[in-house]
Design a protein around this ligand. Structure first.
Ligand code: MTE
Ligand code: MO
Length: 470
């Protein structure tokens, strides 16, 4: 554990007392935990080796792996091994930024590149996520860029390529300023449920085992990328993609390059791509992409490029690996090994989803006929949650739960919800949530319907089992 920083050790010690917030860790399969629980790990191994992991009955996926990578404790070293190349030294500056900018109770999935999410009790504690509790998904280090040294290159198929400073972007006579509440959700949110069902054949382990906290909502301030491109004379070819480059390095199989993705021009044209320098009224934190990040509303988090330094107009989607080789949706029936990346769907808009933040899985709940529940609901593409439904009987009967807080004018933000769920029975029950968005899309009932090779977009109903004492 020589790479584990001080604060993580303290956090782990806290949980060595089984009475303290044990439930908080229940269902959590982060990287750090197993290092500190040798006995638990040994038990898990014993249990796992006594079990095989048949794929869901509808499809056969080839050889069944003997063990589940998550329960083996997929740690950052393994992650790097899977990514190829030598282990980079943990850059101390990156870790200092985590300590400076993030809440001490963040659950660390990976120290470098830093990935972390807030613990369940804090995910929906506020409808607008405080900056220090917003999840972090990084593919490389955290660049520190001085505001006055920063500029944005706009090039490619634009009529007048330009370099813009932050002062240019903030000049309201050039660009109208936009402030919006918007949710960012990683396509890996709730991946642990897909992993628990079937972890794939190994490659997938490079994907972080997120729980329900890889989602956050903030009020961002910036300008529309459409206005910036118009300022550069507009596009020569109006049908393509806009490529977004981050200043951080992304590395895979010994290749080192900048993080880069692209979004369709139609998305930009709809004023749904912002260039932001403020998060919840404060300058964008370094860890969230300072000085300027892209915000691609209603798309997977991967498109909202942090540490943005270049925007380039293309006549096609970018060939950068994050766009063309990752964040692809491969269906269940065809093995990933049988498919070329071009056959995967590039994930853009997120589907409707939801999660229960309280009660916790396996919690004993003493109540008087109703169980207090809370959580979030979200839908991508500018569709918003209209209603949440909760079931106390595994999904046979459902109670309608009105969504709260943010009004329907916030098309790109989640909704939080609270509900006293009637429950007359005693013993083990399964609480299930599903969300209906304003297009009346809802979620598949079982995780096996949502399972896919990249373990992305866990859109199925979230379920927790609790022991009801009435
Ligand atoms: N931008 C850069 N430059 N580098 C990255 O690694 N990760 C992406 C996106 N933008 C990433 C990035 C992914 S996968 C997600 S989910 C979001 O950032 C997460 O944003 P956050 O860390 O601010 O929560
Ligand atoms: Mo992500």
């Amino acid at each position: 554990a020589e790479h584990q920083p001080e604060s993580t050790k303290e956090y782990a010690t806290e949980f060595e007392d089984p009475k303290i917030a044990e439930e908080e860790r229940e269902g959590w399969h982060g990287y750090v935990e197993w290092e500190y629980y040798p006995e638990k790990k040994a038990k898990a191994f014993e249990y796992m080796s006594s079990k095989s992991f048949p794929p869901p009955p509808e499809f056969q996926l080839g050889p069944i792996p003997g063990t589940n990578p998550v329960l083996e404790g997929v740690r950052w070293k393994l992650w790097h091994k899977a990514m190829g190349g030598p282990l980079p030294a943990v850059p101390d500056e990156s870790w200092d930024i985590v300590l400076e900018e993030k809440h001490p109770d963040m659950l660390h999935l990976l120290q470098f590149p830093y990935n972390g999410e807030p613990p369940k009790r804090l995910v929906t504690a506020k409808e607008i996520t405080p900056n220090n509790l917003h999840f972090i998904r990084n593919h490389g280090g955290i660049p520190t860029i001085e505001e006055d040294k920063w500029d944005l290159n706009v090039d490619g198929l634009v009529r007048e390529p330009k370099k813009l400073t932050l002062a240019d972007l903030k000049n309201e006579s050039l660009f109208p300023r936009i402030t919006k509440a918007c949710t960012i959700q990683c396509s890996g949110t709730r991946r642990v449920e897909q992993i628990a069902l079937y972890a794939g054949e190994g490659d997938e382990m490079i994907n972080a085992p997120w729980a329900e906290g890889a989602i956050g909502t903030a009020v961002y301030t910036g300008v529309s990328l459409k206005h910036v491109i118009k300022h550069c004379g507009g596009l020569i070819n109006k049908t393509g993609h806009i490529e977004l480059f981050g200043a951080d390095t992304y590395f895979k199989q010994n290749e080192v390059m900048n993080y880069a993705v692209s979004v369709p021009w139609s998305k930009v044209k709809a004023n749904e791509v912002l260039l932001c320098w403020e998060m919840n009224g404060k300058p964008l934190p370094k860890i969230h992409g300072a000085p300027v990040r892209a915000l691609v509303m209603g798309y997977i988090g991967a498109r909202s490029v942090k540490w943005l330094y270049r925007v380039s107009a293309l006549d096609r989607p970018t060939h950068a690996p994050v766009q063309s080789k990752e964040y692809l949706y491969f269906n269940q029936q065809v093995g990933k090994h049988n498919q070329r990346p071009v056959e995967g769907i590039q994930i853009q808009e997120m589907p409707v989803s939801s999660a229960i933040m309280s009660p916790l899985n396996k919690q004993v709940i003493i109540h008087e006929g109703a169980i207090d529940c809370r959580g979030w609901g979200y839908s991508g593409g500018g569709r918003w949650p209209e209603r949440i439904e909760l079931s106390a009987d595994g999904g046979f009967s459902w109670y309608a739960v009105p969504v709260e807080n943010l009004s329907s004018k916030h098309r790109f933000a989640w909704r939080t919800w609270h509900y006293s769920l009637p429950c007359e029975v005693e013993g083990w029950i399964e609480i299930v949530v599903r969300c209906w968005d304003n297009s009346l899309n809802t979620q598949p009932l079982e995780v096996r319907s949502a399972w896919n090779w990249g373990l992305h977009v866990t859109s199925s109903c979230h379920r927790v089992k609790v022991y009801s004492v009435n």
